[in-house]
Structure formats: C-alpha cells, structure tokens
Design a binder for this molecule. Structure first.
Ligand SMILES: Cc1cn([C@H]2C[C@H](O)[C@@H](COP(=O)(O)OP(=O)(O)O[C@H]3O[C@H](C)C(=O)[C@H](O)[C@H]3O)O2)c(=O)[nH]c1=O
Length: 184
C-alpha cells in the first residue's frame, strides 16, 4: 500500500496493492501498521456502507462535532465518486480550502479524511457503493454540515446538471455560519 498526501497534507490518498491472478484479485485494503507509519494511530470502530442508485447523488458536506468527531477512511467497491474534504479547523493555514479526489472500483484508491474536515461525495455513475471506516460512533446530535455549494469554499463538483440531495443537504449552513468546533 502506498500513501500520498494531497494539497492539504493531513488528507491522505491510500493506494492498496491488488494481487491479480487467473481467479481475480486479492487486496489488503486496510492495514493499521501502514497508517501508523504515517502517524495515523486512531482506532476505527464502525464500518459504513452507502449505495447510491444514480449518478449525481451528492452527500455532504458532513462532519460530526466533538466529542463524536470522526476520522474517515473512504473507498469505493462499485462505481465511482468525486470525494471531497474541506478544512474547517480554526487556525489552519488551509482553513476553508478543499481537496477533491476521484475514488473508484477501478482505481482502487482510498481517501483518509481526518477529524476537523467536512466530507462529501458526488457519485459519478449509477449503482455506486461506498464503504468507509470511522473512528467514532454515529451521534445524530453531533451530525453537522456545510452547504455543498458554499461559494466561500467553491468546491468544483464535476456535476452534469442538478445534484440529487437529501432534504437535510438542501439547507445546510454556510461555512461563515457554523460554530467552529475544531482548532488546529
Ligand atoms: C451517517 C449515518 C447515518 N445513519 C442513518 C441515519 C439516516 O436514517 C440514514 C441516512 O443518513 P444520512 O442521510 O445522514 O446519510 P449520508 O447523507 O450518506 O451521510 C453521510 O454522508 C457523508 C458522506 C459522510 O461523510 C457521513 O458519514 C454521513 O453524514 O442512515 C446511521 O444509522 N449511521 C450513520 O453513521
């Protein structure tokens, strides 16, 4: 597995090796020791699985506030997504900045999104399945968000038309309106 920092150094791209043979492939898709070598030692305690039927589904931008903040390790086992992390850590040199990476069953890449980042993704094809590990349990009372198209952030979503949003994501607050609960 190789690990590559993005333009925001705490957000990492992981590229597990696929061992292919005549039967198919085998891949170690999570290895605690490899992440520890890169300074990530948080324990993942929950696995999530999200299926989106259509291309153009946009989930985000979400985060859980302390004490239930989550680190996320995101991968795609069917289809593809444009995965986005936005730095919402007060005092960060990259506060309000975002990174976007295509994750797909084909490229087999993963994205590590640490606490202090809002996370969201846009599906790029139908029948897309996203698996991700998180380092804290689901806490609805701490479930927060930022508006997907907040002009102050300016995420360049590769949209073809209007996104398919949940009712919640239609009305998320702007970055300028949220309580900043993460400090670098
Ligand atoms: C996140 C979560 C949700 N749920 C339930 C709550 C709702 O009944 C249903 C759908 O939840 P929601 O609309 O919040 O799902 P997404 O829009 O995919 O939310 C996720 O989207 C972005 C991409 C994220 O990074 C977060 O993990 C998460 O916020 O699943 C649970 O039971 N457990 C959970 O951990």
């Amino acid at each position: 597995m190789t690990i590559t920092p993005t333009e925001i150094p705490d957000v990492l791209i992981l590229s597990p090796k696929k061992h292919g043979d005549a039967r198919g492939f085998f891949s170690e898709v999570y290895k605690e020791s490899v992440l520890a070598e890169h300074g990530f030692t948080e324990a993942f305690i929950q696995d999530n699985h999200a299926y989106s039927a259509e291309a153009g589904v946009l989930r985000g931008l979400h985060y859980q506030s302390p004490p239930f903040a989550q680190d996320k390790l995101v991968r795609v086992v069917r289809g593809s997504i444009y995965d986005v992390a936005v730095d919402i850590r007060k005092g960060s040199a990259t506060f309000g900045k975002w990174v976007g990476v295509e994750l797909s069953a084909d490229n087999w890449q993963q994205l590590l999104v640490p606490k202090g980042f809002a996370h969201g993704y846009l599906t790029l094809e139908p029948d897309t399945e996203v698996l991700y590990k998180v380092t804290n349990r689901y806490a609805p009372e701490c479930d927060k968000g930022v508006l997907w198209n907040d002009a102050e952030i300016g995420v360049d979503w590769p949209l073809k038309g209007e996104p398919i949003l949940s009712a919640k994501d239609e009305v998320q607050p702007l970055l300028s309106e949220i309580e900043l609960e993460f400090t670098l």
